[in-house]
Design a protein around this ligand. Structure first.
Ligand code: FES
Length: 106
């Protein structure tokens, strides 16, 4: 379980990038929190720098879009999904849950 930030520091429409291995992006999409692998599956772009619209994030490099709920790409040029990760809030702190196989804190 990796602490991300205070919930108050992640308002709706914002994202934060974790320097884990691999990097994780956490989004507040209209009050719902989602975590996905930060690196686009098309090339090497950071999805936390992308544009958030509803539950979709658009890659800043070539405009592929990913569904934050499933990690699935919704348009080309990305063809492979990004991994999603559980997010919880405890006592006002946002946490991402990674399995040992998924990654480690930096
Ligand atoms: S790097 Fe994300 S769409 Fe190309």
């Amino acid at each position: 379980m990796i602490p991300v930030c205070q919930l108050a520091d992640l308002p709706a429409g914002e994202s934060v990038r974790l320097d884990t291995t691999p990097p994780i992006a956490v989004f507040n999409a209209d009050g719902e929190l989602y975590a996905i692998d930060d690196t686009c599956t098309h090339q090497d772009a950071s999805l936390s720098d992308g544009w958030l619209e509803g539950c979709l994030v658009e890659c800043p490099l070539h405009a592929a879009s990913f569904d934050l709920r499933t990690g699935a790409p919704t348009c080309l040029p990305a063809r492979r999904p990004v991994r999603t990760h559980p997010v919880t809030v405890e006592d006002g702190t946002v946490y991402v849950h990674l399995t040992a196989e998924e990654g480690t804190a930096a």
